[in-house]
Design a protein around this ligand. Structure first.
Ligand code: SAJ
Length: 420
C-alpha cells in the first residue's frame, strides 16, 4: 500500500509523519521546493509537541520520502490550504484545484482519493471530481474512489488529535466511504463516521461556525455584564454547570486561520445570513472594545492614551502556540498606535508577524509602561509574579487582562466583562 500526501503544510506534513510512523510508506508532495528541502533535513516551522522527533524518525527510517514531483500511488490524501478572499469573503480554491489536477495526471484504476482541505458545500462533487475525471480520463466511483474527510485537529494539540479525534468520511458512494474508512483505521483511534460528501463538507463548516458564534455570544454577554454589573466569567461558569449549556469564553477577538474564515464559507451562497454575520461582526469589534477599556482605565488614573507607554502581551492568536495569523493582539496593537500610544508587543513564541518582531523579555516590555494589556493566555502570563512586574511599570499603571488569567483584586486589574 503506497500513500501520497498532497500538500506538506500544517495538516499534510504531520499526517504524512503519523502515517509513515504507523509503518506505511508515504510520499509527501509539495510544490514549495524550499519547504521540501527543509523537510528532507528533518526541519520544519511547525511547533507542536513531539512533532520534530516524529518527523526525524519518519525521515531517517525512510518511511517518509518527499519531493516536488507528483508520483503514482494507491491512496492520495489532499491537504492543501484553501483561503478566504478578503475582498468578497469568498473561498479561494486555486491550490486545491491544481492539487486535483496533479493527482488526476497520475491516477490509475482502483486508486483512492481523500480530500481533507476545507471547502464550501458541493465543491467535491461540482468542482474537484470533474477536474480529476478530465485529467485522468477515469470515471469516479467506477475507476477511482473519492471521499471528503475534513481535518479537525486543534493547533497546540495536533499530534494527539490526529490520531485520537473522531473522523468524518464523506464518501461519493458506499464503496468510496468503505475504502476510506479502512484507510483511516490504519492510524486513527477515534470513531470513524461514514456519511455522504455534502454532509461531511457541511459538518466541517458547522463545527467552526458553532465555535465562532458561541464565542460571539460570550463576547456579547461580556458587553452586557459591563453595563449591568457582575462578572461574566463567574456567571458563565455557573451557567455551564447546567447539563445542556456550554458557553465559550469572551476575549479580545477571534484569531487563527480557521474560525475567521470557515463561517464565511458556510454563508458564501447565503447572503441573507443574520446570526453568523452578526457573530463575525461582534468578534471583530472586540479589539476596538479592548482599546476602549484601556482608554477608560488610563483616564481613571488621570492619563491619556496618547503618549502613554503600553505593552501588549501576546501576539499569538491563542495561548501557548506560535501562530500569529489574524492575531487579536496585533489588532489591539495597531488600534493603540492609531490613538498615539507608544506600544510594544511581547510574545515568547512568535518570531515575527507582519514585519513586527516581538519583544522576548517581559521585563523589558513592561518597563515604564502606563498600561499592560494581556491579549493571549500564554501560561507564562498566568505564572509570573505580577507584583514584581508592576514595580517596573510607570507610576499608577493599569493592567488590562482580556483573558482572565491573573487574579486581579490586589493588583487592580481591569477585565473584559467584569464590573463588580
Ligand atoms: N477563543 C475565544 N474564546 C473561547 C475559545 C477560543 O475567544 O472560548 C478564541 C481563541 O483565543 C482564538 C480563536 O478563538 O483566537 C480560535 O481558537 P480555537 O482554539 O477555538 O480554534 P482554532 O482556530 O485553533 O482551531 C479550530 C478547531 N475547531 C473547533 O474546535 C471546532 C479545530 O478543531 C479545527 O481543526 C481548526 O479550527 C481548523 O483547522 O479548522
Amino acid at each position: 500500500m503506497k500513500v501520497a500526501i498532497v500538500g506538506l503544510g500544517y495538516i499534510g506534513l504531520p499526517t504524512a509523519v503519523t502515517i509513515a510512523n504507523a509503518g506505511i510508506p508515504v510520499y509527501g508532495y509539495d510544490i514549495n521546493e524550499k519547504l521540501v528541502s527543509e523537510v528532507k533535513k528533518g526541519r520544519t516551522y511547525i511547533k507542536e509537541e513531539g512533532f520534530v522527533e516524529a518527523l526525524k524518525n519518519a525521515i531517517s527510517t525512510e518511511m517518509l520520502k518527499v519531493g516536488t514531483e507528483m508520483k503514482n500511488s494507491d491512496y492520495y490524501l489532499i491537504a492543501v490550504n484553501t483561503s478566504l478572499n478578503k475582498e468578497n469573503n469568498k473561498i479561494n480554491l486555486q491550490h486545491l484545484k491544481s492539487a486535483c489536477a496533479s493527482v488526476g495526471a497520475v491516477l490509475k484504476k482502483g486508486d483512492v482519493i481523500i480530500v481533507e482541505s476545507t471547502v464550501t458545500p458541493g465543491t467535491t462533487e461540482n468542482i474537484l471530481i470533474p477536474i480529476i475525471e478530465e485529467k485522468s480520463g477515469l470515471k469516479c466511483c467506477e475507476d477511482f474512489y473519492i471521499a471528503y474527510c475534513p481535518e479537525r485537529v486543534l493547533p497546540g494539540n495536533l499530534m494527539y488529535e490526529l490520531i485520537h479525534n473522531d473522523r468524518i468520511v464523506g464518501g461519493t458512494d458506499e464503496k468510496s466511504g468503505e475504502k476510506v474508512r479502512e484507510f483511516y483505521l490504519h492510524y486513527v483511534k477515534g470513531k470513524i463516521h461514514v456519511t455522504d460528501v455534502k454532509t461531511a463538507e457541511l459538518a466541517k463548516l458547522m463545527e467552526n461556525t458553532y465555535r465562532a458564534v458561541n464565542i460571539a455570544l460570550a463576547n456579547e454577554l461580556a458587553l452586557i455584564v459591563e453595563k449591568v454589573g457582575g462578572n461574566v466569567y463567574k456567571a458563565i461558569e455557573m451557567a455551564n454547570s447546567h447539563p445542556r449549556v456550554n458557553i465559550h469564553l469572551p476575549g479580545p477577538g477571534v484569531g487563527g486561520y480557521c474560525l475567521t474564515k470557515d463561517p464565511w464559507f458556510l454563508i458564501e451562497d447565503y447572503p441573507e445570513s443574520k446570526i453568523i454575520r452578526d457573530s463575525l461582526e461582534i468578534n471583530s469589534y472586540m479589539p476596538e472594545h479592548v482599546v476602549e477599556i484601556v482608554e477608560n482605565a488610563l483616564r481613571e488614573k488621570g492619563k491619556e492614551i496618547k503618549g502613554s507607554n503600553i505593552a501588549v502581551l501576546g501576539l499569538a492568536y491563542k495561548g501557548n502556540v506560535s501562530d500569529p495569523r489574524e492575531s487579536p493582539g496585533y489588532e489591539v496593537y495597531l488600534l493603540l498606535l492609531n490613538k498615539g500610544a507608544r506600544v510594544v508587543i511581547h510574545d515568547p513564541y512568535v518570531d515575527e508577524y507582519m514585519g513586527y518582531v516581538p519583544e522576548r523579555s517581559i521585563e523589558d516590555a513592561v518597563k515604564d509602561a502606563d498600561a499592560v494589556v494581556i491579549t493571549t493566555e500564554h501560561n507564562v502570563y498566568g505564572n509570573i509574579d505580577w507584583n514584581a512586574l508592576k514595580e517596573l511599570m510607570a507610576e499608577n499603571p493599569v493592567i488590562v487582562d482580556t483573558k482572565n488569567i491573573i487574579n486581579g483584586r490586589e493588583l487592580n486589574v481591569f477585565k473584559l466583562g467584569v464590573r463588580e
